[in-house]
Design a protein around this ligand. Structure first.
Ligand code: URQ
Ligand code: ZN
Ligand code: ZN
Length: 480
């Protein structure tokens, strides 16, 4: 594999920013320092006036997901390719077994689908039912397959929803295994009832979607999951926190010293619920995802949660359905496949709305787009850090570059963009994945199938793993 020298940039890690050159070789970062010389044959990138960031990590995507009677438009190749065009070099996707299906069987299916990935990827495992066999297979997945996080959907009744018995048993098992339980926090029983009430009132359009899942429905589930985790003494990670009620539930628990972590979607930070009142069905339906986009006031609470350290990561929940697929819910909004895109736009949207606005420093941006996810899911500093020995996943970030986001120019196979028309300042000029230049000034050079499955050790086990990596590192003579 070739060597890349990134010269003249400002390296930004979650803890600090500093001027330095970065040298990669054989897929690893081998030097970070001043006046580094390019080895023979190395590619040289001039990063003058730009930042050099750790590759983005998106902890929440659904590539090639079969859901609500159809399958998402982006598969693992097109989805990871689009991600790299936006500076994200690792995704954590989800294996979602059907109820009564073996977890290991579902895991093998998703591993097969993901073979085509263009970038590195990992999996959370969803727990959609409970039995002694599920308990056993969770152990196998942690000990042998490098899965250290288990997802629980508290919504989607009559499909993949977990009842409290499953939550309690699975959270307890996660603690035994040193794995992180995560939740989609919406009370699925309330959603189910409110959907029926909307139908009874004759509300069938997309405007009924947010009405059937108000913030209190999310707040209740967040509080319940946090309370269960508190009693069991297990940490918990709440995905796509969208509203004040859930953000405050997390902040209260953290103030009491409980290990609770929160994830925020780029969409929930900048898009509000007015989209559901758009007169065009396709436009309103394109925004149907859960939890729904919220009234404007919730966004400030999410930003403040990220600034205060009570919310920790940003993601996209990239789950793209085209207009024809969304039309399944033309006469009944509860039949609209839930999901939106964003994997390509996440970092630029958050830089533009977060860093340019003064809400976040560049280092805080790195924390919430990469480093915190790597730490919480135990792949730091292999990922999430520009440092010797880390994977050569990097983004050269041009703070003065600008772009108008649009479905017309996106690499995603979706046909809609929830950020349509938004002009952002601050974009990736180069993306490096596994030591390869995969995106250069708009030119995407994604290679199908080169992505690797990234194992994530159980918590408490990573000291041994990092020792092994340190011992495996070949000493590299660095020319200055
Ligand atoms: O709920 C999720 O995270 C998946 C099914 C994607 N869809 C969505 O609306 N968020
Ligand atoms: Zn969800
Ligand atoms: Zn999701």
């Amino acid at each position: 594999m070739s060597s890349i020298l990134i010269k003249g940039g400002t390296v930004v890690n979650a803890d600090r920013a500093f001027k330095a050159d970065v040298l990669t070789q054989d897929g690893l970062i081998v030097a970070v320092g001043h006046y580094l010389a390019a080895p023979p044959g190395a590619q040289v990138v001039d990063a003058g006036g730009q930042y050099v960031l750790p590759g983005g990590i998106d902890p929440h995507t659904h590539m090639q997901l079969p859901f609500m009677g159809t399958t998402t438009m982006d598969d693992f190749y097109t989805g990871t390719a689009a991600a790299m065009a936006g500076g994200t070099t690792t995704i954590i996707d989800f294996v979602i077994p059907n109820p009564q299906q073996s977890l290991l069987e579902a895991y093998q299916t998703w591993r097969g689908w993901a073979e085509k990935s263009a970038s590195d990827y990992s999996f959370h495992m969803a727990i959609t039912w409970w039995s002694e066999s599920v308990r056993q297979e969770m152990g196998t997945l942690v000990k042998e397959e490098g899965i250290n996080s288990f997802k629980h959907f508290m919504a989607y009744k009559n499909a993949i929803m977990c009842d409290d018995e499953t939550l309690v048993n699975s959270f307890k098992r996660s603690l035994e295994l040193g794995a992180m339980p995560t939740v989609h926090a919406e009370n699925g029983e309330l959603v189910f009832l409110l959907q029926k009430e909307m139908a009874a009132m004759g509300i069938t359009g997309p405007e009924g979607h947010p009405l059937s899942r108000p913030p209190t429905v999310e707040g209740e589930a967040a509080n319940r999951a946090i309370a269960i985790a508190d009693v069991l003494g297990v940490p918990i990670y709440v995905v796509h926190v969208s509203c004040i009620e859930a953000a405050e539930a997390i902040a209260r628990a953290r103030a009491r010293g409980q290990r609770v972590y929160g994830e925020v979607l780029a969409g929930h930070l900048v898009v509000d619920d007015s989209v559901y009142r758009h007169p065009d069905f396709a436009t309103a339906a394109a925004h149907v995802m859960s939890p729904p986009f919220r009234p404007k006031g919730h966004q400030e609470a999410l930003w403040r949660g990220l600034q205060s350290g009570n919310l920790h990561t940003t993601a996209t929940d990239h789950c793209t359905f085209c207009a024809a697929q969304k039309a399944a819910g033309k006469d009944d909004f509860s039949k609209i496949p839930n999901g939106c895109g964003g994997v390509e736009e996440r970092m630029a949207v958050i830089w533009d709305a977060g860093v340019n606005s003064g809400r976040l420093t560049p280092s805080e941006f790195v924390a919430i787009t990469s480093a915190n996810t790597a730490k919480l899911f135990n792949i730091y500093p292999q990922k999430g850090c520009v440092a010797v020995g880390a994977d050569a996943d990097l983004v050269v970030w041009d703070p003065s570059g600008s772009k108008t986001l649009s479905a017309k120019t996106q690499f995603s196979k979706g046909d809609f963009n929830v950020f349509e028309g938004r002009t952002v300042v601050g974009v990736p000029s180069h993306t490096v994945s596994q030591g390869r230049l995969v995106f250069v000034n708009g030119d995407l050079r994604a290679e199908r199938g080169v992505g690797r499955y990234i194992k994530r050790p159980a918590f408490g086990a990573n000291f041994a793993a990092s020792q092994q990596r340190a011992l495996a590192l070949k000493p590299v003579a660095v020319q200055r």
